[in-house]
Design a protein. Sequence first.
Length: 291
Amino acid sequence: KPRTVLRLVPSAGYAVGVHLDRDELTVLLADLTGATVAERRRPLDLGSGAGPVLGAVESEVRALLDRAADTDGAEAGGAPGAVVGVGVAMPGPLDHRAGVPGRVTGFPAWDGHPVRDELARRLGLPVVLDKDTNAAALGLALRPAAPGSFAYVHLGTGLGAGLVLGGAPLRGDRTGAGELGHQTVQLDGPPCGCGGRGCLEVLCLAAVARGDLGEAARILGTGAANLVRLLDIDQVLLGGRVVLAAPEVFADGVRAVLAGLGLPAPVAVAAGPRAVAEGAAWLILGPIFGQ
């Protein structure tokens, strides 16, 4: 039989990506290539309780799918491809295998709530739950020419890292890898919502709150340097809304810390405002393609 060139039809299926942040909800619809075809955002208080928060997720996902169906039907004269599942990314700690959050920093009431199973029941779709930083790191790892090992350092309403080693995300057996924000860098320092003192997150966010972004970048660089020394990673990638508001300040600040310590890992701002939600969609799409 002569060779036949096959091409993936991107609209043959879709995945929903949900970024459940501490103060904002983002939901998007991605086709089989990972491209975003629809998106919705709304303010959200993660501390308002699992019932109201998951109700908001259900409402926004249904609205997103309804809008996508109307658009696809108008353009193609038919129903959209099947939605194969919903990926949900939220702050940790959590257990990605059980689909259950732990004592989310600042929001301990989420501890043990069956987020994955409840959303699957509400939506009637398969659901995968992972940390926000892991989701973003997965999406970045699947981009063309992605480095084989890197740390995605996310500074937004919190601070964390997603780790990729050998091209695959490093989660750990208890999804505990990458809790960068809760490294102790100042003994007997200010208290942190995790129960510790002198954590990288509380020091960095305090610098941001007083408007000293240069100091925040220096603190972030200290954490990045710890990761480079510990894991010998190829690159540090920065993202999160605080970084994206002043990308040069943070990139230059982290580079200066690494250079001062003689660490060769390059630094880049590589993630846009959708990075976590896009990565959440890849939690569903990746296994389809064996990734």
